[in-house]
Design a protein around this ligand. Structure first.
Ligand code: HEC
Length: 317
């Protein structure tokens, strides 16, 4: 298990090009800001790729999400380049570009109409190609076959700090006792905010996959954005500027929170991350975790009152 896992991690973090490709694959978004379009049917319907990103059909890991009788192909690079495939010879990068833009496979057959035909600039295509080659291999920090690491930024008040630590430790013990999530144990790493540099180092050193039950300020949010690390905030001020990486339970509680509320808020934010991990499946990434939280509609937590997030909504209730 350990060997397999380090082989995957040996691939290293995603390059800037691969990260841009991931935006296209996961969200249909180009770095250039120009919309990417896809056409459906015999080309008569044109839709933005943000509505039909590759991940919607092929899954976050590229292995395909069968839906309504349609089975999108496994498009991991290994699968595409297998020397012998029943339907067609192996893909090359050039043939893959042709499949994405014209819907033609290496044998010259038309792909089913369920696979959109996309129009991409050369730069976007290069980014997408780079990422497709990493599909099913890329592993975010803090994630192994057997564990996933959560960070917690503790509030400044002593009492709250102690309650958050105890609450989350108990919560995670219980979750791990019941088998964790997809067989992964949750590991908790606590810290306090002592400055942007320290937080950056903490995320790197401790390999934090995501934060939960955390104290959040705009400064902390900026570090999370820079490090592309998702967080569910339970305490601290609710900043006005939106930050795609930070989800708030509600408009926020200040530093002075009643003991019982500290417990409720810490628990609710852990429940949110747990639920998102479950929805994201075994091949979860930071990006897919965010994507799953964006899909939360009236999810009940210990906090009471349903939590709803969305692509443009980061405040749960
Ligand atoms: C609306 C769903 C949908 C979306 C979105 C989608 N695909 Fe597909 N894709 C399919 C289906 C279904 C097939 C299988 C078609 C067939 O077998 O003829 C397919 C086939 C493919 C193939 C051919 C694989 C093979 O074995 O020949 C490639 C490559 C591919 N998709 C890449 C992509 C990429 C890259 C994106 C994003 C830019 C994307 N697809 C977006 C549904 C989708």
């Amino acid at each position: 298990m350990v060997v397999l896992c380090s082989a995957v991690l040996a691939q290293g973090p995603l390059t800037p090009e691969e990260l841009r490709g991931r935006q296209i694959y996961e969200r249909g978004l180009s770095l250039s800001g120009r919309p990417i379009m896809g056409s459906l049917g015999a080309g008569e319907v044109s839709v933005p790729a943000t509505i039909l990103p590759c991940a919607n059909c092929h899954g976050h890991d590229g292995r395909g999400k069968p839906e309504g009788g349609i089975v999108p192909s496994d498009i991991t690079w290994d699968a595409l380049t297998k020397p012998y495939v029943v339907k067609h010879p192996p893909y090359t990068e050039r043939l893959l570009k042709r499949a994405v833009t014209m819907g033609i496979d290496p044998a010259g057959n038309s792909l089913e109409a369920a696979m959109p035909r996309f129009q991409l600039s050369n730069d976007d295509m290069a980014d997408l190609m780079a990422y497709v080659k990493r599909l099913g291999q890329s592993v975010d920090p803090g994630l192994t076959a057997t564990s996933v690491r959560w960070g917690v930024i503790l509030p400044a008040a002593d009492r709250s700090r102690r309650i958050v630590t105890e609450t989350l430790t108990r919560y995670v013990d219980e979750l791990n006792g019941a088998g964790g999530v997809y067989g992964r144990r949750i590991e908790l790493h606590f810290t306090e905010f002592a400055g942007a540099k320290e937080l950056r180092e903490f995320i790197e050193r401790e390999q934090i996959f995501a934060f939960t039950g955390s104290f959040l300020t705009a400064d902390i949010g900026e570090v999370l954005r820079e490090m592309r690390t998702p967080a569910v905030a339970a305490f601290g001020a609710w900043p006005k500027a939106s930050n795609p990486y930070v989800f708030y339970l509600d408009k926020g509680a200040g530093e002075e929170v009643a003991d019982r509320d500290v417990w409720t808020r810490a628990t609710a934010s852990a429940e949110i991350v747990t639920e998102a991990l479950k929805r994201a499946g075994r091949s979860v990434s930071r990006e897919s975790l965010i994507h799953e939280m964006e899909g939360f509609y009236q999810v009940m937590t210990t906090l009471g009152g349903p939590i709803t997030f969305g692509p443009d909504r980061r405040v749960g209730r």
